[in-house]
Design a binder for this molecule. Structure first.
Ligand code: PMP
Length: 428
């Protein structure tokens, strides 16, 4: 495939945009080479500026669960746009999407909409601190909760790729209140809680980690966190920015049967427009301004276009719950197919998957936390990534990312992908 125009655009972009991109992982720094500039997309396919068609396994990092330019979502946005694009005033559609989200997700009474997953997680932690009157938080190495200061302490995703887990600009004062635990290691969390008794406001976690590749929780881990939080009056925050409205209607809480105290959303909930949200039981949410003292706000929050896209998306998922089974089956098919060809070619690998989240690590041992994810062979991953790209398959440009499966993928697309993996395996 030819990527000439993409490379030319990248050169131009770098003159006026830092690194040529508006979010670091897009720059392909972990895998080398120039990023692809996309022109348009439809269903399971991206069409780039050079006229190539790529099968998309990133799907805008999760939101496009039903494929690109999904007609009900596009129509809803177009209709809404004709009636004004922002008011900064209450609108009825905000009630509709809030009612639907509260009906779909277990254990929440109220939800507040923001503009990104970062905002959602940042606000959730502020709420937890305001509610408990405590300062410290526990986060897990390799989990990413957006780029707000308190989370840039051994974060996953691009923050790992770029080798600056503790970003300059985050003050020591902020860093000291973020305590780091090992994912899937309950004893470690217990020991941190015991040495900071009465000081921890919340534990924030990706219930299925997606920012060090896909790492599901080991049995008992989330349940153990729940018990620990109850025993110490700590709020448990599930960051469901990736898992929300993807693993099930009610996200990881529903699929894994563990209740969180505060849940954050992003990605699918906005149908591809900039939306985040956080939600909880009434007694917690009532601490937010204007009802309570915890301040949180946004000029464009609840924006009508974003709400229209989100409502259309959630309505599709609510009225066709079989979608969740369908994407899980497609992901399981891909998992099996890739595992078979890689094993047959003798390539050391680990494929992790839960529901429609999947990733390939070129590592021998089980990948259960940040350290085991970091053991993967990055040179092999780079060759794998570029081999896939040459064959028209667009996967995440880093081993520290999850692939997101969309229902728009056909079994022919999956077979084409598995064939590509088989042919690449000869060169790994
Ligand atoms: N939490 C998780 C689990 C995420 O994966 C991300 C983004 N990938 C975020 C939060 C931040 O969301 P956003 O990029 O919309 O700010």
């Amino acid at each position: 495939m030819i990527y000439q125009r993409s490379s030319a655009l990248f050169a131009e972009a770098q003159k006026v945009i830092p690194g040529g991109v508006n979010s670091p992982v897009r720059a392909f720094k972990a895998v080398g080479g120039d990023p692809i500039f996309v022109k348009e997309a439809k269903g399971a396919y991206l069409f780039d500026e050079d006229g190539n068609r790529l099968i998309d396994y990133i799907n805008s990092w999760g939101p496009m669960i039903l494929g690109h330019a999904y007609p009900p979502v596009v129509d809803a946005v177009v209709q809404k746009a004709k009636k004004g694009t922002s008011f900064g005033m209450p609108t009825e559609i905000e009630i509709k999407i809030a009612e639907l989200a509260v009906a779909m997700v277990p254990n929440i009474d109220k939800i507040r909409f923001v503009n990104s997953g970062t905002e959602a997680c940042m606000s959730a932690v502020r709420l937890a601190r305001g509610y408990t009157g405590r300062d410290k938080i526990i986060k897990f190495a390799g989990c990413y909760h957006g780029h707000s200061d308190s989370f840039l302490i051994q974060a996953g995703s691009g923050a790992v790729t770029f080798g600056s887990p503790n970003s300059p600009g985050v003050t020591q004062g902020t860093a000291k209140d973020t305590l780091l635990a090992r994912y899937n290691d309950l004893e470690h969390v217990e020991s941190i809680v015991n040495s900071n008794k009465g000081e921890i406001a919340c534990i924030i976690i990706e219930p299925v980690a997606g920012n060090m590749g896909c790492i599901p929780p080991v049995p008992g881990f989330l349940e153990g966190l729940r018990t620990l939080c109850d025993a110490h009056d700590i709020l448990l925050i599930f960051d469901e920015v990736m898992t929300g409205f993807r693993l099930a209607q009610g996200g990881a809480q529903e699929l894994l049967g563990v209740d969180a105290d505060i849940v954050t959303f992003g990605k699918v909930i906005g149908g591809g427009l900039p939306v985040g949200a956080f939600a909880a039981r009434e007694e917690i949410m009532n601490h937010l301004a204007p009802l309570g003292p915890v301040y949180q706000a946004g000029t464009l929050s609840g924006n009508p276009l974003a709400m229209a896209a989100g409502l259309a998306m959630l309505t599709e998922l609510h009225t066709q719950p079989e979608i969740f089974k369908s994407i899980e089956e497609k992901t399981a098919y891909l998992h099996k197919g890739m595992a078979e060809v890689l094993t047959a070619k003798g390539i050391v690998h680990t494929i992790n998957r839960l529901g429609s989240m999947i990733s390939v690590h070129f590592a021998e041992d089980k990948v259960v936390d940040f350290d085991t994810a970091a053991n993967g062979n990055n040179d092999t991953f780079k060759k794998f990534f570029h081999g896939m790209l040459e064959r028209g398959i667009y996967i995440a440009p880093s081993a520290f990312e999850t692939w997101f499966i969309t229902d728009a993928l056909s079994y022919e697309d999956l077979d084409e992908t598995i064939k590509a993996v088989e042919s690449i395996a000869n060169h790994l």
